[in-house]
Design a protein around this ligand. Structure first.
Ligand SMILES: NC(=O)c1ccc[n+]([C@@H]2O[C@H](COP(=O)([O-])OP(=O)(O)OC[C@H]3O[C@@H](n4cnc5c(N)ncnc54)[C@H](O)[C@@H]3O)[C@@H](O)[C@H]2O)c1
Length: 384
């Protein structure tokens, strides 16, 4: 009988990601019945008792904690899932590793490279199993892009372009910091769009096209001061509102990346385009079931960009869902990551991206930040 072994989850943080992960844990067994393990919603932790109890009741968690340290001490929990703001990731994961727990951590793993180095050291010392929720890798169209590149269909890659555009911080009266707005406070988030949005683009890019060697970056903070929600005072804004960089990949291709929260009209427009010797591909989060593909080997009279609706059973993950032609959504990327994590418990393989993989993304983020501050090219130290 399958789905018999338990993976007892202790979830910390019950905001946006707490919900997407909980949905993943609840759905996975129904759609991946062959897996040996099944997640058990053992405990959820948040500081506000009333809120955490309501969350536990809504999603079916067996128990609650209001202090994550207590959750880590519990011996009825196998894996800690970190869904809290970025300033807590290092302390929680280092403690969880020392307590022998597996760790599923939200991205970016840390606020800066020094912090992520400490985390990597701790998990390596403890031999902890980890995964980081760079979930876009597990949307079928993005996974298909990986298969096309790895099969050699694009040939030598020349260009990689990615954007992640939003517009929610244009209002100068928006405060910074505190519940719901911690992304605006660099002391908590580490950076602005660089860690929040570009880290996703960098993770996908290095997964698809190999390591980024060096970068030349610029950042801008358009609104210099905002009221801080916690102090009530007008304080300097220290996040990057916008960040763009160009880079060389280790395979010789050129990269261009841009992210901003000031692109009026765009809510979460993540796009990438890759141009190779034989073919090109492009993808758009707003149309996430489609992968656009141009193959120069096509017969001349029908040559052109084709729009592949990635919903067929032959395509990644899709045999698990509906019938060909019917799409899936954002939330499924989290179900897929849970499924892959459970599968990795059986195979003993890493569930990529691990902390070590996410640490490579931190190296690029650090180089981008250093380059923007110094106005010069920076090596990333990423060697693959
Ligand atoms: N993979 C993705 O696409 C994606 C998307 C959004 C957010 N994230 C990441 O997920 C993490 C959480 O983001 P979010 O959007 O869910 O934030 P959120 O503000 O919606 O939720 C954070 C939750 O953590 C709780 N919290 C804060 N400090 C805590 C503590 N010390 N102990 C217990 N609970 C605490 C808050 O009360 C809140 O419930 C961040 O690292 C973020 O970068 C990833």
């Amino acid at each position: 009988m399958k789905n018999t072994k338990e993976l007892r989850i202790g979830l910390i943080g019950c905001g946006f990601m707490g919900r997407t992960h909980s949905n993943g844990y609840k759905r996975v067994g129904d759609f991946f019945p062959e897996l040996g393990y099944r997640p058990v919603l053992q405990a959820v932790c948040a500081r506000n008792e009333e809120k955490v109890k309501a969350f536990a009741e809504q999603w079916g968690y067996k128990s609650v904690e209001t202090d994550w340290k207590k959750m880590i001490e519990r011996d009825d929990i196998d894996a800690i899932d970190i869904c809290t703001p970025n300033d807590t990731h290092a302390e929680i994961s280092i403690a969880a590793a020392a307590a022998g727990k597996m760790i599923l951590c939200e991205k970016p793993i840390a606020r800066n490279l020094a912090e992520s180095q400490k985390m990597v050291d701790a998990i390596e010392k403890a031999g902890t199993k980890t995964t980081v929720w760079y979930n876009y890798r597990r949307l079928p169209a993005v996974t298909l892009a990986k298969q096309l590149i790895d099969s050699g269909k694009l040939g030598k890659i020349f260009h990689y372009r990615a954007n992640f555009l939003q517009d929610w911080t244009i209002n100068a009266n928006l405060p910074q910091g505190g519940e719901g707005l911690w992304r605006m406070d660099a002391a908590v988030s580490g950076s602005g769009v660089l860690g929040d949005l570009l880290s996703h683009c960098i993770d996908t890019a290095m997964w698809l096209n190999g390591g980024i060697k060096d970068v030349s970056a610029m950042t801008e903070t358009f609104i210099k001061e905002r009221v801080h929600q916690l102090t009530g005072k007008v304080q300097q804004v220290t996040i990057d509102d916008a960040c763009a960089f160009m880079c060389h990949f280790n395979n010789g291709s050129l990269g261009l990346f841009e992210s901003t929260r000031y692109a009026r009209g765009h809510k979460a427009l993540y796009t990438f385009e890759i141009n190779g010797e034989h073919a090109s591909i492009r993808w758009d989060l707003h149309d996430l079931n489609r992968l656009e593909y141009f193959d120069n080997a096509d017969e001349g009279i029908v040559k052109g960009w084709r729009s592949i609706h990635v919903t067929d059973g032959d395509q990644p993950y899709m045999s698990k869902w509906w019938v060909p032609g019917l799409g899936i959504g954002y939330e499924h990327s989290f179900v897929h990551q849970v499924a892959d994590f459970l599968k990795s418990l059986e195979t003993g393989e890493p569930c990529s991206p691990t902390f070590l993989d996410a640490h490579q993304t931190e190296k690029v983020c650090q180089a981008v930040s250093d380059s923007a501050n110094s106005g010069s090219w920076k090596q990333t130290g990423v060697n693959f």
